[in-house]
Design a protein around this ligand. Sequence first.
Ligand SMILES: [Zn+2]
Length: 196
Amino acid sequence: MECSHKNILLKKVRKEIFDMSFEAKTSVCSDCGAYLRDNKYEQKYMHWLKGIYQERRDKFQTQCYFSKNLIKCALTYLEGYPGISPTVFMRALVTIYFSVVDSDKKKSALLESLLDSEIYDSFSNDKNRKKVNIQFKPKMMIELIAVSEFLELSPSAIVEEVVIKLMTVITSQDKRLREFWENEIRGYLDMFLKTA
Ligand SMILES: [Zn+2]
């Protein structure tokens, strides 16, 4: 039976993130032990994270490896966006993917059904790779960590997968993938890159 969290106590709880620990008081159910993080707790957590973001920028980076061919395709695409580096572009792709595609079941199912596995595999199986560090803002990093804990993958592995997916969309000639790109991604990307 589901607990209705009737017996609440204010307790200090600890959260491990980036090999550091964050401690703050929040409501904890004494029956089932659930942490009912309230706004005050979330605010403290964001404040703490922003402090870490200022001091330890490296903690908000994912170290990815991409096929040189994929990077070449990204550079070709970026010819239309002077001054934008591949890492800024990749950060934009990941952020847009999570806010537009992944949060919408219909869109993510559509994308999965359309993906060109030949292109996808050629990017992901290529052993000729280059290291790319991608920097994220605190909010996006929290989301990445949450997804990575859920899927039991590293944040870097998730970023690699998302970038490969969207680069497959960009480089495909398939009409429906092109439409997906134009209708679902392109506008957000242009907006994101304009403010980058
Ligand atoms: Zn409970």
